[in-house]
Design a protein around this ligand. Sequence first.
Ligand SMILES: *[C@@H]1O[C@H](CO)[C@@H](O)[C@H](O)[C@H]1NC(C)=O
Ligand SMILES: *[C@@H]1O[C@H](CO)[C@@H](O)[C@H](O)[C@H]1NC(C)=O
Length: 471
Amino acid sequence: IRYFLKSMEHSIWPSSAVHLIPVSTAKNGVSSKSRKRIMPDPVTEPPVTDPVYEALLYCNIPSVAERSMEGHAPHHFKLVSVHVFIRHGDRYPLYVIPKTKRPEIDCTLVANRKPYHPKLEAFVSHMSKGSGASFESPLNSLPLYPNHPLCEMGELTQTGVVQHLQNGQLLRDIYLKKHKLLPNDWSADQLYLETTGKSRTLQSGLALLYGFLPDFDWKKIYFRHQPSALFCSGSCYCPVRNQYLEKEQRRQYLLRLKNSQLEKTYGEMAKIVDVPTKQLRAANPIDSMLCHLCHNVSFPCTRNGCVDMEHFKVIKTHQIEDERERREKKLYLGYSLLGAHPILNQTIGRMQRATEGRKEELFALYSAHDVTLSPVLSALGLSEARFPRFAARLIFELWQDREKPNEHSVRILYNGVDVTFHTSFCQDHHKRSPKPMCPLENLVRFVKRDMFVALGGSSTNYYDACHREGF
Ligand SMILES: *[C@@H]1O[C@H](CO)[C@@H](O)[C@H](O)[C@H]1NC(C)=O
Ligand SMILES: *[C@@H]1O[C@H](CO)[C@@H](O)[C@H](O)[C@H]1NC(C)=O
């Protein structure tokens, strides 16, 4: 599994074979704005995906405020709760390219360096005062913000902090200022915060909260520690999931062997850095190369030559092909349905309690990794979605229809785009129903039963699906 998680951390999903563009429909007095959604358009998609363009999307370099569709709903809908899954922001590579100088990137936070955010200095000043008892062990031992003049491996960068300050501010404008999700006298119970034990996820979560909350009071913050990147808590044991994973790894391996251009490229790069090809490949050079690209630092050179953009394009293009085949072969889907069940189950549990009028856990934040978001996206049927970029956000909104208070609905947003009607549990909903959102029951039915049916066996619950014989 460790091997696979490693390799997954760097794969990037292709621009889908079908382009996703906004399409608006106005029905039943619902404004076209709130009905905008993304639909495939095979006409506008370029026939070949551009590996450099894809890589830059992945970098997610902060620029002007983006447009987003979070919080769009007809006036008679009331926002009940919000569940946010994020990937950590931009980070330093996890691996070095052997025998080369690693990129010189400064992980301290300073105002006169780009990218900048108006809350950056206040964030540092607040964090440097310490956190009290705000974290479950062992999170207490982690630094609260990045602070090394030469980044450590995997450390969050200033770009990563700014990405999440921006995410937080955007969500604050929508959910707090516009929809009043939290009362003025909000308390710790109204937040549910969970992070993996890496400094980059904790720091990303803190930056997002700092941008989001009107008053960042340590007494109201409590981060739980999640040991598993799948956020599977007490339900992690699932042998069939591991079998899907092994088959998926095998698929990935065989596809690589078939790509002679890729092998040649690794060979060339290995010569440049003067190590065996195997060793270079094991060092996962794409991770480091992406960092060079995202930070506009030229690729490394040795006296034998330079790693260059052509090398990068070959490896990146292979990743794109790998993602395409991954979607077709569906082994990853099997892995994802089982891998994402526990966290989705937890989420619907939280939503159901909110529909009963409970006022706790109105805002849930899970600070996580690509290997967390990617299976959730896949399990929801969003296989066309791009691989989680740095600081990606996946959001579940729960709404109540004030005119029919017993009816609750959900919206799903990925990086600000409404993907509700692309999920497998609500795909055809808008064709059959004039309702502007997806009924909560659809999501509940999917998580409780249909996601196991989608695996193709006879299982209808998590335990049976995880222990199916003869798979
Ligand atoms: C990238 O770096 C080069 C110099 O190395 C500079 O000319 C160029 O403007 C930089 N691009 C960006 C987007 O900062
Ligand atoms: C799903 O959630 C319910 C509570 O909402 C819990 O009792 C059950 O154990 C969970 N199942 C799994 C597999 O996580």
